[in-house]
Design a protein around this ligand. Structure first.
Ligand code: IPM
Ligand code: MG
Length: 351
């Protein structure tokens, strides 16, 4: 099969980790007899430098012509002083919105092979983590009305807004995902304070009736942030809003020992998707060959599974990552274990 992939390398460590993931994709495709065609697409700080804007229309079109997008990361201090509409982050937000990618899947795993890297107490880490965030990605406060006012005092506002259909479609994704897992959905909100959360909860409860086979629980976001630390093993699928999902997924990622290990998939209603590590562009370590490529490689595996319906190939990569994590050198960068070393070990285990 022919896989047409848009590569958005982006800024900072983006190019390094995307290149590593492309090597792994190529090796895997070679074994299973697929042809991979890449189209390099400009977005983020790199696009600002080259084209004067973070997300040129031509870049969105180029992505649309492909079956999926693999993105590294965007942003850096160089562009931090630009006005909001010109910041590199606009590229990611624009791609998500324009491509209709409302469902953000962020699987977080901590297994015996990697438990030693976790900052959790050993007895909690040993129990492991195997959860997935179903984060709403194109609504909420990220995209609501915002602005500044000057009278009577200087002020600013951002608006959280959700429609029932927006909540329903992400809710459905969560329940469907749970069916293929441990059959448990936890919906995280702030319904004791926010009206959007009260609507969110009502819609989720309606969906519950349609999925009687799924165990369901509501959880307030402040409690959820605590539960993730004292008992992360209780979670299977966590469905939540754009902002809460952003915050909680960084927290959960840190529990695995490194934010460099967690991939993500952003999906709409079809097979098209955008795949990216949940980490940022890490400008402080860019170009030094010490960025962990694992999250980008696992994002490529998610791409094979969700956009190209190639579960065997996806598993092949995931198994290789796991195999590369066992042993003395470990899964974290540092002490002579750099991007190349980790990539090589993953490649050695692709078979
Ligand atoms: C993420 C990032 C983005 C977000 C930023 C870069 C806009 O933090 O993907 O988690 O907030 O969604
Ligand atoms: Mg984030």
């Amino acid at each position: 099969m022919k896989l047409k992939i848009a590569l958005v390398k982006g800024d900072g460590i983006g190019p390094e980790v995307v290149s590593a993931a492309a090597l792994v994709l190529d090796r895997t495709a070679g074994i299973y007899g697929h042809e991979v065609v890449y189209e390099e697409v400009l977005a983020g700080g790199a696009a600002i430098d080259e084209a004067g804007e973070p997300l040129p229309e031509a870049s969105v079109d180029a992505c649309r012509r492909c079956g999926a997008v693999l993105l590294g990361a965007v942003g850096g201090p160089k562009w931090d002083t630009l006005p909001p509409a010109l910041r590199p982050e606009r590229a990611i937000l624009g791609l998500r919105k324009e491509l209709g990618l409302y469902a953000n899947l962020r699987p977080v795993k901590l297994n015996p092979e990697t438990a030693s890297g976790s900052p959790l107490r050993a007895d909690i880490a040993q129990k492991g983590i195997d959860l997935i965030f179903m984060r709403e990605l194109t609504g909420g406060v990220y995209f609501g009305e915002r602005g500044r006012t000057t009278t009577p005092v200087e002020a600013a506002f951002d608006t959280e807004r959700y429609s029932a259909p927006e909540v329903e479609r992400i809710g459905r994704r969560a329940f469907e995902a749970a069916r293929g897992r441990r059959k448990k959905v936890t919906s995280v909100d702030k319904a004791n304070v926010l009206e959007t959360s009260r609507l969110w909860r009502e819609v989720m409860h309606r969906l519950c009736d349609e999925y009687p086979d799924i165990e369901y629980a509501d959880m307030l976001v402040d409690n959820a942030s605590m539960q993730l630390i004292i008992d992360p093993g209780q979670f299977d699928v966590i469905v939540t809003s754009n902002l809460f999902g952003d915050i909680l997924s960084d927290e959960a990622a840190a529990l695995t020992g490194s934010i460099g290990l967690i991939p993500s998939a952003s999906l709409g209603d079809g097979s098209f998707g955008l795949y990216e590590p949940i980490h940022g562009s890490a400008p402080d370590i860019a170009g030094r060959g010490i960025a962990n490529p694992t999250a980008a490689v696992l994002s490529a595996a998610m791409m094979l599974r969700y956009s190209f319906s190639l579960p065997r190939e996806a598993e092949c990569i995931e198994k290789a990552v796991l195999a590369a994590q066992v042993g003395a050198a470990g899964h974290m960068t540092g002490g002579g274990n750099g991007t190349n070393e980790i990539t090589e070990r993953i490649l050695d285990n692709i078979r």
